[in-house]
Design a protein around this ligand. Structure first.
Ligand SMILES: [Zn+2]
Length: 79
């Protein structure tokens, strides 16, 4: 059985269509420059159907929403 699943942009809520090809994925990770020092890191990559199923991944409908997510994330991290 083929299952169809609709992803929505985590920033603007737009549903992803089959033809949409400029979508992006983002997720938070950690980097440790020194032992016991952890810095949050935001990773962004081009759309990948396998990665899109990861619960921690944010779905982005384009560069504009990716920038909005980055702005929000920087604001949260900077606080
Ligand atoms: Zn969007």
């Amino acid at each position: 059985m083929a299952f169809s699943e609709t992803f929505h942009c985590n920033v603007c809520g737009k549903p992803k269509s089959e033809e949409a090809c400029d979508w992006w994925l983002a997720w938070e990770d950690q980097v440790s420059p020194l032992p016991k020092v952890e810095q949050p890191l935001l990773k962004v990559t081009h759309w990948n159907d396998f990665l899109a199923h990861d619960a921690a991944v944010k779905h982005l409908c384009g560069a504009r929403c990716a920038q909005t997510l980055l702005d929000r994330w920087m604001h949260e991290v900077g606080e």
